[in-house]
Design a protein around this ligand. Structure first.
Ligand SMILES: NC(=O)c1ccc[n+]([C@@H]2O[C@H](COP(=O)([O-])OP(=O)(O)OC[C@H]3O[C@@H](n4cnc5c(N)ncnc54)[C@H](OP(=O)(O)O)[C@@H]3O)[C@@H](O)[C@H]2O)c1
Length: 324
């Protein structure tokens, strides 16, 4: 099968298209013919092996898993022993190891039936970014109906899901993005849109019960000034001094002493939340925003586009464009 493989860490050119064996399926696993995969910031981190500490998990000298990619949608090709919930021919979406390939295998628990109202491209986009947005708003932010929430970086992969999920939870949502994305952020349901090239939401203006900052373009202290007295800032992005790792360490320390600062957290995919997202999609409350679709052989360009940090929604790799 055709797959993208990576035998060293580095920029997008470390990704190569190769012909390799299909993955085996074990007990409780399914083999999925991948129709589309999507890319999230974690894929860029695994590709570069940076920050260095992630290599403790991904492989010290080179990636442990040769085939990158986690978020996929496709059709079940075969099922292993003791698989009860899925059958060959089912259209599914979910997560795996080695998603940038024509076939991938994973436990049946990693998949749910594809929402009927989504294409494979769209279903593949409902992955890590959507789960991150859901878990940040619901579990870390305890978002309540009527809360005033601001999403900084509303046009990105996490942001476009966060705007829609916050709206679905009954919040009053303000999205912050650049001029070219104002219409997009309004079209996915934001009640108010702030163009960051013209206005700084931290200077005067309304105060928010919850701010989800996917950008980290200013200090956490400056951003907390836009909160109500009981409000909370969830800092989910950006570098600051010391890069991404420095930000997480600083966040861990600050959140111990500052009540309004949410703790750092790594989000993880699970079947229950995949089901929650599926229901939001099927109810028409969440619609993935596709930043662009690349064929499998052009995965390096697609990952490079995400790495550049200006994607409008979620970047998709179509493994079989005719079916997407
Ligand atoms: N905690 C977790 O487990 C977890 C999981 C996934 C992601 N994340 C983090 O979440 C963050 C966002 O990820 P993402 O996938 O959504 O990124 P992304 O798709 O690259 O989106 C970034 C967006 O931010 C916008 N932006 C850039 N500068 C801005 C500014 N000054 N003000 C407002 N918007 C600005 C960009 O739009 P323009 O082109 O208009 O600038 C772009 O649309 C990342 O830092 C990532 O590490 C965390």
């Amino acid at each position: 099968m055709q797959a993208i493989v990576q035998d060293r860490y580095g920029a997008a050119e470390v990704l190569e298209s190769q012909d390799i064996d299909r993955p085996e399926i074990g007990e409780g696993e399914v083999l999925v013919r991948v129709r589309a995969a999507s890319i999230h910031v974690g894929d860029v981190i695994v590709m570069t092996g940076s920050p260095f500490l992630v290599r403790l998990a991904t492989g010290l000298r080179k990636p442990k898993n040769r085939v990158p990619g986690t978020d996929i949608a496709g059709t079940v090709e075969a099922v292993g022993k003791d698989v009860n919930g899925l059958r060959a021919g089912d259209d599914v979406f979910g997560w795996c190891t080695g998603g940038f390939a024509e076939y991938a295998s994973a436990s049946e628990d990693h998949f749910a039936l594809k929402p009927a109202n989504l294409t494979f491209d769209q279903a593949a986009a409902v992955g890590v970014s959507a789960t991150t947005a859901l878990q940040l708003l619901r579990d870390d932010g305890h978002l309540q109906p009527g809360d005033k929430v601001l999403i900084n970086g509303a046009s990105g992969s996490v942001g476009t899901f966060a705007v829609q999920i916050a709206e679905a939870f009954g919040a009053e949502v303000t999205g912050v993005c650049s001029t070219k994305n104002v219409e997009l952020v309004r079209s996915i349901g934001a009640d108010h849109v702030i163009d960051y090239t013209k206005e700084d939401f931290r200077k005067g203006g309304p105060r928010y019960d919850l701010i989800l900052d996917n950008v980290g373009d200013r200090s956490m202290a400056a951003t907390r000034r836009a909160l109500t007295p009981d409000g909370m800032l969830l800092s989910n992005g950006g570098g600051h001094a010391g890069g991404a790792l420095g930000r997480v360490i600083r966040l861990a320390i600050v959140s111990m002493f500052v009540r309004q600062q949410g703790k750092p957290s790594v989000k993880s995919q699970n079947r229950a939340d995949l089901q929650v997202l599926k229901e939001l999609v099927e109810a028409g409350k969440v619609q993935p925003v596709i930043a662009g679709t690349w064929p499998l052989r052009e995965a390096p360009e697609a990952v490079g586009h995400v790495a550049a940090g200006h994607a409008r929604g979620t970047v998709v790799i179509a493994i079989d464009p005719a079916a997407a």
